[in-house]
Design a protein around this ligand. Structure first.
Ligand SMILES: Cc1ncc(COP(=O)(O)O)c(C=O)c1O
Length: 261
């Protein structure tokens, strides 16, 4: 969605037109369609309509020369609700904006509607996952901050450390408690920046309590690591009161399995 990124061909610099021309002139390439991905997560609808407008305008000269656009993808980036205060548009709203702008542009340009492809990514699985951590020790720095340590962290969810992603947290075994305090949930890894949620109001936590972080189904295990030689957690599928393990907890033997003596 911006000029200064490693991905894609820029419209602004003229590179995208050069790339399309090369594809059209090439005897061994068949240009099937156009794709962009604006970034993610995108909580507004306007960037999609603005981008479709801009991209189709930039294609005008090629349409005049007979470009037959068979496929079109406005990428992904459909946001999910990480925070109660920041809820995303519905999938229907994204669909409405994308399809109506696409239809308008095609009608204006007098071209056939291309096959619409979308890349929904996190919006499929993000909210299906809830990360559960066990509380360890608490460190109180008077008048500064209270750190509550958890038995996971940047190894299973690097998003807060990598790009300051924000999450909600709840005390899973103390949902009806009312004695709240503000704490910072710290991961177990040897990095100062290994913080999962900063300054969150939670029931007073003791060692052994369970903290749940919702919306952990995307870009957590997929981006996970064995940093600090830490085995990854198991994944449990839960549905209608039933549960089954769908990914085993890693063992230290698993971590050593590829090492040669
Ligand atoms: C080209 C492309 N499409 C779709 C996606 C999915 O993004 P998200 O899961 O944030 O919706 C990505 C993610 O990086 C992407 O690079």
């Amino acid at each position: 969605g911006t000029l200064d990124v490693k991905f894609g061909f820029s419209i602004e610099t003229g590179e995208s037109s050069i790339a399309i021309k090369q594809a059209l002139d090439s005897s061994n390439l068949t240009l099937q369609g156009i794709h962009f991905h604006l970034g993610s997560p995108i909580f507004e609808l306007e960037p999609y309509s603005a981008a479709i407008d801009t991209v189709f305008d930039s294609l005008k000269p090629f349409f005049r020369q007979g470009l037959d656009l068979k496929k079109f993808s406005p990428g992904g980036g459909f946001a999910i609700g990480y925070l109660q205060q920041q809820l995303p548009p519905s999938i229907g709203d994204y669909a409405k904006v994308i399809t109506s702008m696409l239809k308008n542009k095609c009608d204006d340009l007098g071209i056939n509607y291309p096959e619409l492809i979308i890349e929904p990514g996190r919006s499929i699985v993000g909210r299906a996952g809830v990360a559960i951590y066990t509380v360890g020790v608490t460190k109180v720095i008077p008048n500064v901050r209270t750190y509550v340590s958890l038995d996971g962290g940047m190894g299973d969810n690097i998003r807060p450390a990598l790009y300051e992603a924000k999450y909600e947290a709840v005390a899973a075994n103390k949902m009806s408690n009312t004695d709240f305090e503000t704490v910072t949930l710290a991961g177990k890894y040897c990095e100062t920046g290994d913080i999962l949620v900063k300054d969150v109001s939670l029931p007073i936590l003791d060692s052994g309590d369970l903290v749940a972080i919702p919306a952990s189904g995307a870009y957590c295990i997929a981006l996970s690591s064995n940093y600090n030689m830490n085995p990854r957690p198991e994944i449990v599928m839960v549905s209608d009161g039933d549960s089954r393990i769908i990914r085993k907890r890693e063992t230290y033997q698993d971590l050593m399995a590829l090492d040669l003596s």
